[in-house]
Design a protein around this ligand. Sequence first.
Ligand SMILES: Nc1ncnc2c1ncn2[C@@H]1O[C@H](COP(=O)(O)OP(=O)(O)OP(=O)(O)O)[C@@H](O)[C@H]1O
Ligand SMILES: [Mg+2]
Length: 407
Amino acid sequence: MAKTVRKIGLSLGADICWPICYEHIVKQLGLDVAVERVTIEPFDLRQPCSYDVVIDRLTHWYHPSREWIKKAVVMDDLYVFNNPWSVQSNEKQTTYCAMMHLGMPIPNTWLVPPRSYEPLPDLQPTLKSYAKLFDLGALGNAVGYPLFMKPYDGGGWKGVSRIPDEATLRTGYDSSGKLVMHLQKAVEPYDRFVRCIGLGPQTKLVRYDPTAPLHDRYTMAKEFVSADEAQLLQDTCLTINAFFGWDFNSCESLRGTTDGVWYPIDFANPCPDSQVTSLHYHFPWLVMANVRWSLFCAMTDRPMRKTLDWEPFYAIAKTDQPYRDKLRGYARIAAERFDTHRFEEFCAKKLANLDDIALEFFGTPIARDAVRQKVAALFPPHEIEPFTELFWNRIQAWRSDVQAARA
Ligand SMILES: Nc1ncnc2c1ncn2[C@@H]1O[C@H](COP(=O)(O)OP(=O)(O)OP(=O)(O)O)[C@@H](O)[C@H]1O
Ligand SMILES: [Mg+2]
């Protein structure tokens, strides 16, 4: 007998706020869908998996769950976002290389061997035979100053520093320990910094301010790029996400002041910010995008693409079209892979009441309490109330803007 109730699992770490909102909204939609939080426990490799879809926020660092998810994809036809093999193997470095190959204007980047190593038995013979002495100063000149030194597999700004000159490069490298570093030409000056969040075929552009305190980095600016630029940034994000099999990712690009070119600088973020304490005004968008995409995947039995097929992208890259035309071609592949057309039909047909439900939900005490719980987990006691109020007011500003746009 065909299964009627679809089951979605939430594989969570420190997430507090969005799952509460997600669970309430899905419940109010009144569909044949059950949502459950995935627990951590021993598992028999042959035990069946009861979930149709898992939204995974944990396995990039918690490996028992990662192996359970990989088993469930391989053996039980689970759909998970994101593809765990791709998260495991495609670091910032590979994403730069692949997108350079597709023609994206990634700033000039070098990889340097680390300053120091774990003393493994084979280390000395290997380095003695094969490690070439190199001139760090010459590398700095080849990249050009200012540059950014940052780990090849980085995240969370760990080990990132801006290097204005050779002396700083030398001291920075000397204190970089065992990290394997990139030296990347700085995009400076730049006049726009945009994060494009992608969730399935859905995208959201947010102007970002890396100099602001954490709660103000995702700005509430509106109309900060032209329509053509917005399309370029969306096409860029969807190309990257389709290429790497990431349903959920965020792509950072900077617009150079002098040449007006958009340079993607960091787009291997397959577990992006999802907390109200970062996203605030944009938080309802994220929750709703998650609801739409996960329900589409669960209710249409979307098959998981277990292996990545890069050939169609490479075939376009080989042509001699201008880059912008190639990018349109990549974006068409992305639209096929994310089933954009069918997704939009599904939303219109099955989720027509989602906007109303979400609009109302984000004004309820349950939503406010979800915000408060996340704030309480991160902020000192005396800041809990003021920051809860701040984030709550921004969500209310989102509600007013949506209502005004409808009027
Ligand atoms: N090439 C560059 N030109 C200008 N600024 C840069 C460049 N590379 C990095 N930065 C600055 O350094 C910050 C951190 O770099 P990056 O995003 O690559 O590291 P990360 O550890 O992945 O950070 P996150 O997890 O926040 O995305 C960027 O947000 C940006 O402000
Ligand atoms: Mg970044």
